[in-house]
Design a protein around this ligand. Sequence first.
Ligand SMILES: [Zn+2]
Length: 207
Amino acid sequence: MDPWTENPKFPKGFEIDRVDAICVSHGHFDHIHDAVPLAKKFSPEVVAIFEACVWLESKGVQNTRPMNKGGSQQVAGVTVTMTHAVHSCGILDEGKIIYGGEAAGYVLRFADGRALYFAGDTNVFSDMQLIEQLYHPELAIVPIGDLYTMSPHEAAAACKLLRPAKVIPMHFGTFPALTGTPEQLREKLAHSQTEVWALEPGKTVKW
Ligand SMILES: [Zn+2]
């Protein structure tokens, strides 16, 4: 999901040795640009909104799987559904911003029936309750960094709409400006059914 290996928090010396599929939520550089070298190296299927797929193809990416919101498709054994996100989506290309479609999120449904919601970059929006009704995500991955996405305040409201058993916070701490922390989200969800599951870069976990 949204690979960014040039991320300052990317663990030093960590080697990616296999990529089956990539889902890109929107065209900002910290979400789409590293998909190009990874796709060229590993030839995964690459999912994105239609316009972003056309840009990826123009950069030499093969096996794109374009789609749009509300649609679903099978990718690497997973049912991938594209959802709404409240964010922008211009692609930076040689100093200019190119139209990249719209920002999106994804619901991934696995063979054992579990569903995961990856919000992408977004603010909270009330239609997240439709995502809960339609897919019942057991795990949600939501941004909390503030400034370019929602902060823990809005992310806690998102969790109350989505009602996942666990939430993984993302898009925080990369730069000093992304100030939201998992602890702040945990405080705001103290009396909810959702447990905050904070990941550490480079450490593998099992769900
Ligand atoms: Zn963004």
